[in-house]
Design a protein around this ligand. Structure first.
Ligand code: GSH
Length: 222
């Protein structure tokens, strides 16, 4: 049976898994469910009621970082480093990426200017930690596209969309390596192929629907 990814269309955590499936060229299916009205079979399948879920041979695996480690173990084209210390450090960065991703999800939804800039500073402090660890030649660890790259790519891609709406969200002076890394990641074939059609447009529609602080800037950007 082909692995089957259960996802919401714009979920950055599910996108991480879609990137790994693409990068490893794994034949797979994706089922997008409705965030506002998840089907009963999904609620039974997902202990946390969250996506992503990967269905494999009658089993269901949850948590994007766990799913990606599973895929890396089972399919060729290794994305995790072999060296145990490098591996441990990569796992720590992957964990940290969860916090950054939550920050970006909150940025898209925060209602007031104060809430928005408070969350932005939280994200920037989290990125302060990542910035010196990026090797950027061209990827996080150097030449090999890793699970850390797949983990941060959806968050950085969405942050790029937000920066188009309110320029300066990405701070060139504070995070130059992160921004260069983002540019490499969004152009990567696995990230491109795993991004849903009209992604930028749908993301902007979602911002509009959320009616947060940023939605007030949508008209002024294209
Ligand atoms: N730690 C989880 C986070 C997954 C997550 O928060 N998914 C969101 C969608 S992007 C979700 O399903 N939210 C629904 C809910 O919280 O009920 C992972 O990495 O897989």
């Amino acid at each position: 049976m082909k692995p089957r990814l259960i996802s919401y269309k714009l979920c950055p955590f599910s996108h991480r898994v879609a990137i790994v499936l693409q990068h490893k060229d794994v034949e797979h299916e994706i089922e997008y469910i409705d965030y506002d009205n998840p089907p009963a079979w999904f609620l039974e399948l997902s202990p946390s009621k969250k996506v992503p879920i990967l269905q494999v041979d009658g089993d269901a695996i949850s948590e994007s970082s766990v799913i990606n480690e599973y895929l890396d173990q089972v399919y060729p084209n290794k994305m995790h480093p072999d060296d145990p210390v490098a591996l441990a450090k990569n796992r720590i960065w992957i964990q940290h990426g969860g916090q950054c991703t939550v920050n970006v999800l909150h940025l898209a939804a925060k209602g007031t200017e104060t809430e928005f800039f408070g969350t932005l500073e939280e994200l920037r402090k989290n990125l302060d930690q990542v910035e010196p660890a990026i090797q950027g030649k061209p990827f996080f660890n150097g030449e090999v596209f890793s699970l850390v790259d797949a983990t941060y790519a959806p968050m950085l891609q969405r942050l790029g969309f937000l920066d188009e709406i309110l320029p300066g969200i990405l701070d060139e002076k504070r995070h130059p390596k992160t921004i260069a890394w983002k540019d490499v990641l969004v152009a990567h074939p696995a990230v491109q192929k795993s991004s849903i059609p009209k992604m930028r447009e749908l993301y902007r529609k979602l911002l509009w629907k959320k009616h947060g602080y940023l939605s007030g800037f949508l008209d002024k950007s294209n």
